[in-house]
Design a protein around this ligand. Structure first.
Ligand SMILES: [Zn+2]
Length: 290
């Protein structure tokens, strides 16, 4: 056996073991932008002509799920966001694909994360509300309930078109605003507050499935809607809840009424949206369709 033949056999063996790492696989990755502002959403589309077994995205130390958008074709989409606490700099967005034949593909795209200038404001709470607001046990408990809903990665897409403002009223606190409570502790605002009279109707900002409807001591009467593909919205401090868990809701459908239940300084709706457990600016999705 000559050397040429040995090499040929070795090469063919390599191909059949399926453990070859290949960078030449036909995978197309498209990102909606290479700059990501904190609060905004990046859309990542991945397609391949080879049969895909597994996909995932790594970005800012988090894993993001890619959702298959076509039954027969290998087409995937993921919505990506940067958390409020991360530093403004360039982060690698890594796309991983494992093919049915065992081969692997990896592509890195640098994404520049930009931090907007968030406002700062003061909040005065009564002694009783401040005690409740600072209650670690309650915070952890309610945080767990909310993040469990925010971690949902539902394949089905319930949302269509742009999201809408869930209630009429004045924006009394923007996303990302740093609020100093009783001159002692600071918290960054995870959503948008819409102030209006108690009893003002609140509609869901897009189509979805109600995954939570209950009372929480800090967040008040709360409704959480899963819109699919990792997008979940929350409505807090309601005076009344009008939907039940597992109820399908259409965009704009009334789900409750504005109130000031839980820790609130006046009647308002706290409206939040999360993308794979990263809080984003809900108003962004009223301007940009996914
Ligand atoms: Zn709020």
């Amino acid at each position: 056996m000559n050397l040429k033949r040995v090499i040929l056999i070795a090469l063919s063996l390599l191909c059949f073991t399926g453990s070859v790492y290949s960078k030449s696989e036909p995978v197309k990755v498209v990102v909606s932008s290479k700059i990501l502002r904190i609060g905004d959403v990046l859309k990542v589309k991945v397609s391949s002509s080879s049969r895909v077994k597994k996909t995932s995205i790594g970005f800012t130390n988090r894993h993001f799920k890619l959702f298959k958008t076509h039954k027969k074709k290998e087409r995937y989409v993921a919505y990506i966001a940067a958390a409020r606490k991360i530093k403004a700099k360039t982060y690698p967005l890594k796309v991983y694909v494992t093919f049915k034949n065992g081969e692997k593909f990896e592509q890195t795209i640098p994404i520049k994360v930009v931090r907007p200038k968030f406002k700062e404001g003061k909040v005065s709470l009564s002694k009783k509300k401040n005690k409740l607001s600072k209650s670690n046990k309650r915070l952890v408990n309610e945080g767990q309930i909310i993040s469990k809903a925010y971690k949902r990665k539902t394949y089905k897409r319930y949302f269509h078109g742009k999201f809408i403002r869930p209630a009429k009223g004045r924006i009394s606190s923007e996303f990302g605003k740093v609020r100093v409570y009783n001159n002692s502790y600071r918290r960054s605002h995870a959503g948008v507050d819409i102030a209006n009279k108690e009893g003002t109707l609140v509609g869901t900002s897009n189509g979805g499935m109600v995954v939570y409807s209950d009372f929480l001591p800090i967040h008040g009467h709360t409704v959480i809607v899963d819109h699919g593909r990792g997008i979940v919205s929350i409505y807090n401090h309601l005076s009344k809840r009008m939907v039940k868990k597992k109820e399908r809701v259409k965009k704009g459908q009334p789900i409750g009424k504005i109130g000031q239940t839980g820790v609130a300084t006046g009647p308002h709706l706290h409206w939040g949206i999360s993308v794979q457990n990263v809080r984003i600016d809900p108003l962004y999705l009223t301007r940009v369709g996914l």
